[in-house]
Design a protein around this ligand. Structure first.
Ligand code: UT7
Length: 329
């Protein structure tokens, strides 16, 4: 059983942060950022809550689908940057959207979140006949967790949200979800409000990532890069092998938007032309789980992705998670 993407919606905050703006905080320049990452600018949420961005994107997706929000039976919000430990973002968004009959929960699979959440949504649709529509929404405000003294990470990320309304269909569908927890320490932000040294002293457990500060994203860029250039093509190949299709059958690749060099290397490894890859990172940067659906929305809005075409959503992120979905739009 597959899915139909009935409608999509996206939302990004108005505030733009250019590469030049970073020269106020760190020793960097526009040329380094553009040539090493492909990013020129990104959006910043400021004090706009993450749930607000998610709700705006969801309302647009509901409108584009032409459905009654009361017919949404499930909301899955993927986020690594929730406003609250509890309630879930999905519950807050449910109220904003008026999806009064929906179950609601959040998922965190970092930047692979949208691939994971969409696959979970499909499984719900397959096993629950009473479920009509699922809202999957990815919402992220990475800017609130950045270390603006670390030039190698703060320039990479941006904020935004995007949502899809899904229903069951008999269209082509395949997926592969993967994780390699041995790399969990390579991309981290601590939420526990206890200093690592206190945690070690007071408990019998050794802190696995003692150097990770509270509420500041820390990454080993080089190691994540190495993982990413292998994970992105593998995500496609694992999903494609299940349904016996090849890269030539795919009309559009919608990859996680982290670094243009990662996407180019993945394209080369797959033997697929860059013209088939939707790229938005030049203007949005890396918006974590929102990056794939933001790119999907833009591809559809620009008239590039058309009904009946085959698309491959491929992602990777902290965890280290990765995964792919092949489906028909
Ligand atoms: O969703 C997943 C999120 N994460 C990723 O996808 C990250 C994957 N990794 C990357 O994209 C890249 O590794 C980075 C963009 C993070 C770094 O690019 P790189 O080409 O691997 O640079 P590097 O770490 O090898 O650093 C080269 C030089 C260093 O200077 P020295 O030691 O050669 O003097 C860095 O200090 O570039 C320096 N550098 C910068 N210079 C100017 C690092 N960041 C900057 C900067 N501006 N913003």
């Amino acid at each position: 059983m597959g899915i139909s993407i009935l409608g999509t919606g996206s939302y990004v905050p108005d505030q733009i942060m250019t590469n030049d703006d970073f020269t106020r905080f760190v020793e960097t320049d526009d040329e380094w950022i553009r040539t090493r990452t492909g990013i020129s600018q990104r959006r910043m949420a400021g004090w706009e809550p993450t749930w607000y961005m998610g709700a705006q994107a969801s309302l647009k997706a509901v409108k584009a689908s032409g459905i009654d929000p009361a017919d949404i039976g499930l909301i899955i919000s993927c986020t690594a940057t929730s406003d609250f430990l509890t309630p879930s973002m999905a519950s807050v968004i449910q109220h904003e959207v008026g999806a009064v009959n929906a179950a609601a929960f959040d998922m965190n699979a970092a930047c692979s979140g949208f691939v994971y959440a969409t696959d979970v949504a499909r499984r719900f649709l397959e096993t629950d006949d009473s479920l009509k529509y699922v809202l999957v929404v990815a919402n992220e405000a990475l800017s609130r967790f950045l270390d603006f003294t670390d030039r190698s990470s703060c320039i990479l990320f941006g904020d935004g949200a995007a949502a899809v309304i899904l229903e069951k269909s008999d269209k082509l569908y395949s997926s592969a979800l993967c994780s390699d927890g041995s790399g969990a320490g390579l991309l981290c932000a601590r939420s526990l409000n206890v200093a690592p040294e206190v945690a070690v002293e007071k408990s019998d457990f050794e802190d696995p990532f003692p150097d990770v500060p509270i509420h500041k994203l820390q990454q080993n860029g080089k190691e994540v890069y190495k993982f990413a250039v292998a994970a992105l093509p593998k995500s496609f190949e694992l999903a494609a092998a299940k349904v016996g299709i090849t890269k030539d059958d795919i009309d559009w690749f919608v990859p996680h938007q982290a670094n243009i060099r990662i996407i180019e290397t993945a394209a080369k490894k797959l033997g697929a032309p860059m013209e088939k890859f939707i790229v938005t990172l030049d203007h949005y940067g890396n918006t974590s789980s929102a990056s794939i659906p933001l790119a999907l929305c833009e591809g559809i809005e620009k008239g590039l992705i058309k009904r009946g075409q085959k698309i491959a959503l491929i992602g990777f992120g902290a965890g280290l998670t990765y995964g792919g979905i092949i489906c028909e739009y």
